[in-house]
Design a protein. Sequence first.
Lengths: 343, 399
Amino acid sequence: MSKNTLSRQEFLKLMLAGGAALGAGALIKNAGHALEGDGHDPHSPTMESDHDMHDGNMTVGEVDLSAFNPTEFLEHFDWGAASTLPDGRTLREWDVYAIDKEIEIAPGVFFPAWAYNGQVPGPTFRCNQGDVLRFKFSNGSGHPHTIHFHGIHPPAMDGITPIVKTGETFTYEFEAKPFGLHLYHCHVSPLKRHIHKGLYGTFIIDPPGGRAPAHEMVMVMNAFDTTFDGGNEVYAVNTVAFHYAKHPIQVKVGELIRVYLVNVTEFDLLNSFHLHASMYRLYRTGTRLDQYEYTDMVIMGQGERHVLEFTLEYPGKYMFHAHQSEFAELGWMGFFEATERSD
Amino acid sequence: MNTDSPQPGFKLPALLQGLRPLLALGLMLSVFAFGNPLAMFRAEAPPVESIHFDQIRVVPDGFRVTLTNDGPTAVKIAQVQVDDAYWMFEQTPSGEISRFGQVNLHIPYSWVQAELHNITVITNSGLTFTGTVDAAVLTPTPGVKEFSAYGLLGIYVGVIPVLLGMLWFPAMRRMERKWLGSLLALTIGLLVFLLVDTFLEATEVAEGVSGAFNGLPLVLFAALLTWLLISAIGSSRGENKGPLYLATLIALSIGLHNLGEGLAIGAAFALGEAALGSFLVIGFTMHNITEGIGIVAPFVPRDDKAATPKLLVFGGLVLLAGGPAILGAWIGGFAYSPLLAAIFLGVGLGAIWQVIVEVTNLLRRYAKAENTPLVSWHNLVGFLFGLAIMYLTALLVAI
């Protein structure tokens, strides 16, 4: 009997203990707020500095500019070695070679490229309509390559055949036509890889009499797939991500600016060029001088290229970037910096 | 005949004989370290790199990421992306990360509450590695309020249910003899459920462990060692183990399981993957109540010589079984590490297995004494009930 009495007392004690514990459970309601994360948003008024949090879309550090400087590339045009032919036409000659080269596309990010004349993009070839062009191409790369030019020329000079193997040479010779903005690139299969790894460049044929004097620059929209999975990790104009954001292009207020814009981005169907705070005249392919659109945004597929002309009316920084925000965030973004003319 | 004639040849002392292979190994290693006999294999191959995201903490001004280099070569992080956008970051310590080296990244970023964010690092050679914040909520930092909150969580989910389950003890004492066996079988059923549950939880956690550490084998070895350890402790006590020993063992294994449960819940809250609702707490209470029943089951058979244990003993068993849930919630909430979690769960796995063995032995002895088969219909019903209750209440707490 005593045993049962004890167990009843024990039972009651246990009940009391349990009740106390349940009472303590009520406390959890208050403390529970700590577990719900109390909806803390970085934008709540208690945040002291959200300055850094929003300005951070940038790469950290600087590439080695002595290896390749996009600012120098921007305004460099290669007219070749000129001479006059017996029939009066101008002959322009270039020595072009292809090599394997590791390039720095973002600070600390290296890409195994194939490069015409050791640079990506390749040199900007420029000539006048009617010139005779002679490109002596030597292949110093471990893979076979060609040079395929956009423009009008005999199919034998088209860069499809012959395929130039390692150590071989081939001379492309044709008359420069039509005037406009064109491009060149390798045309060996597999095509994606031969273009994407850096074998491309700009080819400009000036119209008779040339274009109006302007501050001219070349912009090649390109991108790099560093993981070789068919998607690009780095986007840029002229190879280095965010270069013109860190080193704004210096221009003068009111001067005529002419951009030779080429799209060779692989894997993404479209790219674009959007200019802030201004509008440009868009000469599609640069093949007509009398027809243009007036816009601040143009969509371009791979192989499309246009001449853009504009002036910047006010001093300050004008951002330009792809309007595909993803490309802009991954490096295809820069600034023009316009300063007043000193005179 | 001189039987002590010296052995032919020169016999080294035992110590030097032990050192001989080590010297040979050292020689071979130095050949590889200072020479380059495998140059042919390494010539043009790109580096094999691997980076493991140990932890991503969501802080008021952005993210703090802890990374380990678990690949075969040193690695340098060149840039960082958040949601496919290059973003400024600070790395401490800066520079190249050596093998098994660990670094911290601080990324000031304006994260959006409860939304998914991907953090990608890109190395020198262009390879990318990504960690994901499934739902961005501020990672709890240990303060008094947070400690008590997570502590109370552990009490509510671990201690109280076990306590409530134990309240059935007086009623169990009055059960008819034929049902006592099924009570033990119910305990086995619940333990089997816990075994499977813990194993699955452990495999999931092991996936978060860096490959170099072999998460799943670690779990299994921890389980194996724990089982053997507890067996060794038990065998040193001799054959006749009283009900207190068995109850303690059950409480210990349940405690280890609850540690794992606390870890899971704490981590889930810290990562913003769970919402504290009454439903969740009630669910856990019902799920863990049967654990209380299982712990006191060994005391129920009246023919055991030991008298009814004191209240203090019951209290101790409650703390042993439920207390680890508090510890688990603290660790899971503030210091979650998949490696530690995997080890804890492995230990729990081994403990539960050992207890299943012990309780089955007890049931077998009991059945023999009652002259009934081990797998009788009564026992089978008990086993089924144990499994069923655990399974059904588990539905309520699917976090």
